[in-house]
Design a protein around this ligand. Structure first.
Ligand SMILES: *Cc1c(COP(=O)(O)O)cnc(C)c1O
Ligand SMILES: [Zn+2]
Length: 373
């Protein structure tokens, strides 16, 4: 069914079979996946993102590693006087949308006969890869900077993944995992193109949940851009298949304290990053940066940055509306507010955004922000 799936180098255009267990080109470049998705619905499957089975490049059903992820509710909430549709992506098995990517990536690893993977992340991507590897009975090694707070690592360890604490900076950790990836399969949420074949399903679900039409605007966070690039792939595929008229405008949100792509997009000097509450999107050198900028530009979108005050404000207002999300997720909601306030949007504009991660993920931070003791 997926004979035509090919890995294509973004730098030198070299092509590889999608059945080669590689995560980057011989030239060092990023790999993207090229193939023809199909959209016949498959109502016999459970309500998970695997309903879109024919658009996901896994050959054999027996290799699918699924825990019922996807089909998150699309709710509405008023933000800055507008009705906004919000995908509840915090309601995944591991508490963040990263399960979309992990489900497809780990399925592919299983299909390739991989028995051990390595990944570097101290946050939600590490949790998701660890969980799906546990479900697939694949050995999982997660590399993290040694000074990462222990609470963040408990979930990863609970799934039975091996933690490798690397002394030094985040780039020392990246160097360590690159070394390990010379012999083991690199289940990277930023390098590995199969991750994006999972995150793209958010676009399919949004269109279906809106009754078969695309929204006008989709507001998404950007660190490594795993959700934004996935959404761009998904909407583009639907447009190319003639199922929607056009790709929605993609509005990319970064924390003002760490906004390298927003600065580049707006031709401003990149200021040195500071620590932000939205640590999940505080990525100083996103490897897919040029792709993210291209996707935002081609959609007619733009970048929005939000301050720490706006993030805290959005977090509080969201909780007061009954939704418990992590601080990183609140940055996106702050971005929605700012975007609506600064634009003169027509009355009937359909706006979609997401809650990316569950509040229970960051109990420590929540205690500092809301605790009385
Ligand atoms: C991963 C993640 C994001 C988005 O990050 P990218 O680096 O752009 O993929 C946003 N919020 C949460 C909670 C996340 O886990
Ligand atoms: Zn190449």
């Amino acid at each position: 069914m997926f004979e035509d799936a090919r890995l294509i180098c973004a730098d030198c255009s070299a092509e590889y079979s999608a059945d080669e267990p590689i995560w980057r080109c011989a030239c060092g470049g990023l790999l993207d996946l090229r193939y023809q998705p199909r959209f016949e619905s498959d109502d016999t499957r459970p309500m998970s993102m695997w309903r879109f089975r024919r658009a996901i490049p896994i050959r054999d059903d027996a290799n699918i590693v699924s825990m019922g992820e996807g089909y998150t509710p699309l709710i509405t909430r008023e933000i800055a006087g507008r009705t906004v549709h919000i995908k509840q992506e915090q309601l995944f098995p591991t508490g963040s949308y990263k399960d979309r990517g992990a489900s497809v990536l780990v399925s592919k690893a299983k299909e390739l006969g991989v028995t051990r993977v390595v990944e570097d992340s101290s946050g939600n991507a590490g949790c998701a890869i660890a969980a799906y590897c546990a479900a697939a009975d694949i050995e999982c090694h997660i590399y993290v900077p040694a000074d990462t707070s222990p609470a963040k690592l408990a979930q990863i360890e609970a799934y039975g993944a091996a933690l490798h604490l690397v002394p030094g900076s985040r780039s020392d950790t990246a160097a360590a995992v690159m070394e390990a990836a010379k012999t083991d399969y690199y289940a990277s949420h930023s390098w590995n193109p199969f991750f994006f074949q999972g995150t793209k399903t958010i676009a399919y679900e949004i269109v279906e949940q809106l009754g078969g039409r695309a929204p006008d605007i989709v507001v998404l966070p950007v660190g490594n851009g795993t959700l934004l690039l996935g959404a761009a792939i998904g909407f583009t595929e639907l447009r190319d298949a003639g199922l929607i008229d056009r790709v929605p405008r993609l509005i990319a949100v970064q924390a003002a304290r760490c906004a390298p792509l927003a600065a580049q997009y707006n031709n401003q000097a990149v200021t040195s990053p500071e620590s932000t509450l939205a640590e999940g999107i505080a990525i100083t050198e996103p490897i897919r940066g040029p792709q993210i900028i291209k996707a935002v530009r081609e959609s007619g979108g733009r970048f929005v940055t939000v301050t720490e005050e706006e993030i805290i404000d959005a977090l509080k207002q969201t909780a007061r509306a009954g939704h418990y999300i992590e601080p990183t997720s609140a940055a996106t909601i702050a971005g929605v507010k700012r975007w609506i306030e600064q634009e003169n949007l027509p009355e009937n504009t359909t706006i979609v955004t997401v809650y990316t991660g569950h509040g229970l993920k960051s109990t420590e931070k929540m205690m500092k922000l809301f605790g009385t003791s």
